[in-house]
Design a binder for this molecule. Sequence first.
Ligand code: ZN
Ligand code: ZN
Length: 101
Amino acid sequence: MKYTGNISPTLNDLNIRKRNEIRPIQQEAAEAVDRHESIFEENSRLKHILKCQRCNVNNVNALFLPCAHHRMCMKCASKYDVTVCPICDRPIREIVKTFMG
Ligand SMILES: [Zn+2]
Ligand SMILES: [Zn+2]
């Protein structure tokens, strides 16, 4: 009995193999771009959130309790003698200074 198995890969096999090798790299590149964009978006979104709603200059560092809203800096919170949360209108029992980073 003669061995007739196909040992060397056909051209088609090679093409499939090549495509399979290339695809993950392209996918990775696309994902990297996606990641970069989403990090950038997240960053600008966070930056916007982290600015004090009142003065829009200082970073937010006053946490209102018990409602837990976090939209104002300590300066504004004490300057305007905030006793009611400007976001939800609930009375503030305590203002906790928070630290970022
Ligand atoms: Zn402020
Ligand atoms: Zn609130």
